[in-house]
Design a protein around this ligand. Sequence first.
Ligand SMILES: [Fe+2]
Ligand SMILES: [Fe+2]
Length: 151
Amino acid sequence: MKLDEEYLSYVKEILDSEEFQKRKNFEHHENESVYEHSLKVSYDSYLYAKKHNLNVRDISIGGLLHDFYYKPWKDNTEKKPLFKKHGFVHAKEALENSCKNFPDLMNDRVKDIISKHMFPLNIKFPKYKESWVVTMMDKKNSLSVLKHPSA
Ligand SMILES: [Fe+2]
Ligand SMILES: [Fe+2]
């Protein structure tokens, strides 16, 4: 995937960080790492935001960090009640982890993008247009992997 210079200027710090690089080894879906998935969601959201005059900086950062949870979800082998399972808690974890690792990149909109991206599973409504876009791109990218598992 060819990324443009403007996009990189917003997210270079994240892409270069050791902690984010570790996501190359976290499996998201078969044949796709969390790193690749997050980059796709972020870049698609960036392109959409550019075309529709939304906040390109915040959407790029929020999109890239939306799945920045602590551990690969397949490592979660202990039995947990439904509302403690990955689908429900990882957005909150991603927010905590993002605030810890990249405090200078955070603002209200970026935080909303990350914490609400699992809507409607997380029930709370996204507050900004940029949050809706990332939610949409996340679902679109996750579904296309399911439809074309070998692509
Ligand atoms: Fe997610
Ligand atoms: Fe995702």
